[in-house]
Ligand binder design. Structure first.
Ligand code: SF4
Length: 846
């Protein structure tokens, strides 16, 4: 707690990492230290003007004040002199069509029921002129389609600063945080608001029944747009804006007094989570999604999901102001990858084909009544879509179907570098073309198929909008800087692999996204169960920050050392050295030795054993071989055997059967001789993350080999090259030269060569990926203070010492609480003895 408080008090620009394993009170520490700091800083700021030198709270030399108070750097006053945010500008110039029918669509063109799909006339500046609303040529654009076009009429409240922003990955983690907050006195002392998605907060039944988050977002935005366009027409034509204001839009937003009532009820109730907000919104009959958004400006603490805080476009749309605020990012163990994933975009060949056919059909139908601006942009979209499709066609019988290139290389190779994508994206945003074209396509599909069922119609509509949105997201990705990411072109192999051809933009620059947060925030705290390796975190998120400037605190694990038994197992029962590297792991003798090992282990380990393999394919190979050799039958004498299903829908059923079996065996083992169950699982599968194997569910975790990711993965190799470049650019002299050389020369070489040429950062990242997966998997077995489990790392490479030539020792990257207890067993007898003693001791203890 004092670490966090101290980090925040150390002045602006702090970056602190709090590593706190499960059960060590991480959430409470965060709440108490950050919120106490917030309250203290307010108080200090309030008293600052009366103090000598204006140095802020604690600078007056009061002997009763603690050091941190004296050293405290003042923050801006509690409520900044607030300027009201200017009202949003009206949408881009649009004109209704000429005389006659207001839409210009005559009876011969299809009649009234198609008028709704006609685009309003769109005027544009000259092709080379600046984009509308000042969008820069290489503006950084995220992919938050849902947040676009949102402009509210409400007058904004004063902005309270500084604030604390707390973000986590999932709604349930946020609810957990609010639950902990409720248990503290801070719940009654600060104003907090929780932000959720429309899917979680929408109370409009017609919108909610659309089901998917995308469709709900789209429909809600459509409703807001309808409201605005109605208002614009009336303003233009009759100058009576307010008259029409209530005629469209969502009914849950019409009554402003209900929104006020919502805000006051939420303020009175203190700390509330998303479910509470939805409940209050339903009770009052007003939208809790927009109601909670309206409360952000006056809140001291804003609790919100990753996407809302870390995606720049979402921040802008929500009007979040990080200036002088504390940003706490929980579950930050893979933050760099989470950041880049948010900015990735992908479009498949079938999506491109769908968009193309919808655009063609739309242009065919409305060509005569569309203005020149609309026609030109739709034709440009068609040209681009055709070019994208062309690049995916594999007309040569070649193996190499995956390639990567920079944005500029991609644009030049398709000969589309002369198209102004900034203006095109602006057009898509302002013209509502996605809904018009998709709406028309759906209508045509419904007529052709005779689809009258509402559900089917909505499904069609959702999927055609999704195809168009994928195209727009991909186009926006092309607006990034050339070095920010890579375009992956995955053509379809002639034998049908990969399943579908696609184009993907892979964002590489996590540091750029993160710097947009750190630049504004007063301090950023990363929290998580395991944040190691710190150097990689620094390199990927803040490479320019000297290592010494990162504040790091790690808690010991709650379990006593004698409750875990980590062992590096180098040999099997017959003395054969375990080597599960790619070239050796499939040899019959290796699989046989592994079988012998497991047959022995199940006799000494009680209850549940979870065994992790590096891939589904390898697990299947081993299982098949063991079945043939009778190994499975031998294991079944002591443990029932379960296998992780590939289909996520089946995981729940397998896990509950596994659990029931273990519980049943612990009651009846004397009768049958079977003392539990063995679960064969896969690293990175459905079971290795997010599922707890506490107590009897996982008395022993066996990790078979080192699950290095495949170096033939193009995206992985691009990330490795990017990290290598960053780390090399931080070196000096000769080292620097050698690092850069690797990056340039490796451009077209296979993954293994690239890894071999990497000097430090890229190779470390690759090793870390493997060991993070190991740590995630073995960490599933210890979930509370009274838990105990053995962890067997089966491969001689776990006992390898690090050397400058080879990769470093994998065990260097184990969490500290496991590393300090690790034993290296030279033969199976030693493993058996350690296990026997461990379970005997812990059984007696219980
Ligand atoms: S305004 Fe609120 S209630 Fe209405 S559709 Fe949007 S999210 Fe749902």
């Amino acid at each position: 707690m004092s670490f966090l408080y101290g980090a925040l008090s150390s002045g602006p620009g702090a970056l602190a990492l709090l590593e706190s394993p499960t059960g060590t009170g991480k959430t409470l520490s965060i709440i108490c230290s950050a919120l106490q700091w917030l309250l203290d800083s307010r108080e200090a700021s309030a008293t600052a003007p009366s103090r000598a030198g204006g140095g802020g709270a604690g600078t007056g030399g009061d002997d009763d004040e603690p050091d941190w108070m004296r050293d405290f750097t003042p923050l801006p006053p509690e409520k900044e002199a607030t300027k009201k945010k200017p009202k949003p500008k009206p949408p881009a110039t649009r004109k209704t069509a000429g005389p006659g029918r207001p839409d210009g669509l005559g009876e011969q063109d299809g009649g009234d029921d198609e008028v709704e799909f006609l685009l309003e006339e769109y005027e544009t500046d000259g092709e080379d002129g600046p984009g509308r609303r000042g969008v820069g040529k290489r503006a950084h654009c995220g992919n938050s389609s849902s947040s676009e076009g949102e402009e509210l009429d409400e007058e904004e409240e004063e902005e309270v600063t500084p604030k604390v922003y707390f973000t986590s990955r999932t709604h349930s983690q946020l609810s957990q945080f609010v639950g902990e907050l409720k248990r503290t006195e801070f719940a009654g002392r600060i104003r907090m608001v929780c932000l959720g998605s429309r899917k979680n907060l929408c109370i409009n039944k017609d919108v909610l029944k659309l089901g998917s988050a995308n469709r709900i977002n789209e429909r809600c935005l459509e409703l807001q747009k309808n409201k605005k366009s109605s208002k614009i027409k009336v303003e233009d034509e009759k100058r009576k804006a307010r008259q029409a204001k209530n005629s469209c839009g969502c009914p849950m937003l019409r009554n402003k007094s209900l929104q006020k009532e919502f805000r006051s009820e939420v303020s009175n109730q203190g700390a509330l989570d998303i479910e509470d907000l939805a409940h209050i919104g339903k009770k009052i009959g007003t939208c809790p999604y927009y109601g909670s958004r309206d409360m952000v400006r006056s809140a001291d603490l804003v609790v919100l999901p990753y996407q809302s805080l870390l995606l720049k476009s979402a921040r802008e749309s929500l009007g979040l102001n990080l200036k002088n605020s504390v940003v706490i990012i929980d579950e930050a163990h893979n933050l760099a990858d989470s950041l880049t994933n948010m900015y990735n975009s992908k479009i498949t060949s079938s999506q491109l084909k769908a968009v193309l056919s919808h655009l063609d059909a739309y242009l065919d139908r409305f060509h005569n009544v569309l203005g020149a601006g609309n026609r030109r942009y739709i034709q440009t979209l068609t040209v681009l879509t055709r070019s994208f499709l062309r690049v995916l066609i594999n007309n040569q019988d070649v193996d190499k179907t995956m390639s990567s290139m920079t944005i500029n290389q991609f644009l030049f190779s398709l000969d589309i570098d002369n198209i102004n994508i900034v203006k095109l994206c602006q057009y898509v945003k302002e013209s509502n073309i996605i809904h018009k074209v998709s709406g028309y396509a759906n209508k045509m599909t419904s007529i052709q198929d005779g689809v009258n069922q509402l559900g089917q119609k909505q499904e069609h509509e959702g999927s055609s909008i999704a195809c168009f949105q994928a195209l727009v997201d991909f186009l926006r990705s092309l607006l990034n800087r050339n070095d920010d990411g890579r375009i992956i072109v995955a053509k379809q192999k002639l034998n049908g692999q990969p399943e579908e051809a696609y184009l993907k933009f892979v964002m590489l620059c996590a540091e750029k996204i993160f710097s947009e947060v750190t630049r504004d925030a007063y301090a950023v705290i990363l929290a998580g169960g395991t944040l190691q390796p710190i150097e990689e975190t620094r390199l990927r998120l803040s490479p320019d920050l000297p290592p010494a400037d990162i504040k790091f605190f790690t808690c010991n694990h709650i379990v006593p050392p004698e409750s875990i038994l980590p062992v590096a197992v180098t040999r099997g029962p017959s003395g054969k050295t375990f080597d599960f590297s790619y070239n050796s792991r499939s040899s019959p003798s290796m699989i046989e030795e592994l079988g012998r090992f497991v047959c022995n282990i199940v006799t000494v380990v009680p209850e549940g054993v979870v065994m992790f393999f590096s891939s589904y394919d390898y697990e299947r190979r081993v299982y098949d071989a063991w079945t043939t050799a009778g190994t499975i039958s031998k294991i079944c004498k002591k443990k029932h055997v379960f296998r992780e299903p590939r289909n996520s829908a089946d995981v729940e059923a397998v896990l509950s059967k596994y659990k029931e079996t273990i519980q049943a065996c612990s009651k009846n083992s004397q009768d049958t001789g079977v003392n539990g169950a063995l679960l064969l699982a896969v690293v990175g599968g459905k079971i290795s993350e997010g599922i707890n194997f506490s107590d009897g569910m996982g008395r022993c975790v066996i990790m078979v080999g080192l699950p290095y990711p495949s170096p033939s993965d193009v995206e992985l190799i691009e990330t490795i090259k990017h990290i290598e470049t960053i780390s090399s650019s931080l070196l000096v002299g000769d080292d620097k030269t050698s690092g850069r050389k690797c990056d340039d020369e490796c451009e077209l070489q296979p993954g293994y060569d690239i890894l071999r040429k990497c000097t430090k950062g890229g190779r470390d990242y690759y090793e870390n990926l493997c060991m993070k997966a190991v740590n995630q998997s073995i960490g599933r077995a210890i979930r509370h203070i009274n838990d105990y489990a053995a962890m067997l790392l089966v491969d001689s490479r776990y006992a390898q010492a690090s050397s400058s030539k080879s990769f470093s020792s994998p065990t260097d990257k184990l969490p500290q609480w496991i590393k300090t207890q690790l034993s290296y067993a030279q033969n199976y007898g030693e493993v058996h003895r350690l296990l026997y003693q461990f379970f005997k001791f812990n059984k007696q203890k219980c």
